[in-house]
Write a protein that binds this ligand. Structure first.
Ligand code: COA
Length: 320
């Protein structure tokens, strides 16, 4: 048995923030952002937290799959921007959707989070521990961005995407994940003060810190490397894969990946123009769009690949 995606859902906040909106308070330029990143606009949450976005996406995925929430045995939320340190966003989701038979927990693997979640659930399904689960990528990174830092804040947006996953004969063929903790300082965000109040610390929340060039260099090398590795290890010809659903961080990274994998850009779907980089949510939001507009057909071979803070990376080959 393997893990098969049987339903998808996505939810993004209503508020659209365009590049021109950013120019009102930031020394930036619409043309620069479009050319250097491919982003035109992003969704930014005003009142909704990460858990609310995750719940809405989960409800839509469950409706799409046509299952009873009580059938769900495990809820995994991949997020780097949970509203609270504890309980987990997954606990909020489990309670809100009535998945009363499910164990629920969060994972933090930044933009690789959805693939890490799929990898974990695949392990549980292969070992026969669970049959039905929910993997959600949900982020409100707008709350950890330094909106005066033009080199990072222009890149990200808020949103959530979810997938209902069930044991089946066909589905995930192979997952591949990795971490390089020595590069943790390339992209990071302080969650708490390192000192406690008793010994003279004061509570502080940090902003995201990013070495954009280092992340770029890492991504253009790592994404083709792991995609080629998964093709090789499974004996799959690149032409036999219909869709390469890659983490939406920058269209220049996607174009470079297309060249290095040796596939046309038509095989790499793009929605970063409308949502920016939604981190762990980017891949499931894209899968949901493609499933609903008919681009994804049952039996299609699909590769997913993500990368992010950690540094982390992941790829999956699956039959839709
Ligand atoms: N608007 C206008 N100009 C900007 C700008 C902005 N938002 N941000 C940077 N610039 C300027 C810089 O100050 C620099 O000016 P200078 O030449 O006068 O010093 C110039 O543009 C070039 O900056 P540079 O940093 O070399 O741009 P870049 O081509 O490397 O693009 C990123 C910057 C961040 C878009 C790019 O490095 C990137 O996408 N990195 C990956 C980040 C990422 O994906 N993170 C998430 C991982 S999951």
């Amino acid at each position: 048995m393997t893990a098969r995606i049987i339903g998808t859902g996505a939810y993004v906040p209503e508020r659209i923030v365009t590049n021109k909106d950013l120019m009102a308070f930031l020394d930036t330029d619409d043309a620069w952002i479009r050319e250097r990143t491919g982003i035109c606009e992003r969704r930014i949450s005003t009142e909704e937290g990460t858990s609310v976005l995750a719940i809405r996406a989960a409800e839509r995925a469950i409706a799409d799959a046509g299952i009873d929430p009580k059938e769900i045995e495990i809820v995994i939320v991949a997020t780097s921007s949970a509203d609270r340190s504890f309980p987990s966003a997954a606990s909020d989701v489990q309670g809100a959707i009535g998945a009363e038979n499910a164990v629920a927990f969060d994972i933090t693997a930044a933009c690789s989070g959805f693939i890490y979640g799929l990898h974990i659930l695949q392990g549980f399904i292969q070992s026969g521990i669970y049959r039905t689960g929910l993997v959600i990528g949900a982020e409100t990174l707008s709350k950890v961005l330094d909106w005066s830092d033009r080199s990072s804040c222009i890149l990200f947006g808020d949103g959530a995407g979810a997938a209902v996953i069930r044991a089946d004969e066909e589905g995930v063929i192979r997952t591949l994940v990795g971490t390089d903790g020595k590069k943790a300082d390339v992209l990071w965000c302080q969650a708490r003060s390192l000192r406690n109040c008793l010994t003279g610390g004061k509570p502080e929340l940090g902003f995201m810190v990013m070495d954009g060039k280092e992340v770029f260099k890492f991504a253009v090398k790592k994404v083709p490397e792991i995609v080629n590795q998964i093709l090789e290890e499974t004996g799959t010809a690149r032409e036999d894969v219909q869709h390469y659903v890659l983490h939406q961080a920058n269209t220049r990274i996607l174009e470079s990946a297309a060249r290095r994998i040796g596939i046309p850009m038509e095989k790499i779907p793009v929605n970063i123009d409308r949502y920016g980089n939604t981190s762990a949510a980017s891949i499931p939001i894209l899968l949901d769009e493609m499933s609903r507009d008919g681009r994804l057909k049952r039996g299609d071979k699909v590769i997913l690949s993500g990368f992010g803070a950690g540094l982390t990376w992941g790829a999956a080959l699956l039959t839709w």
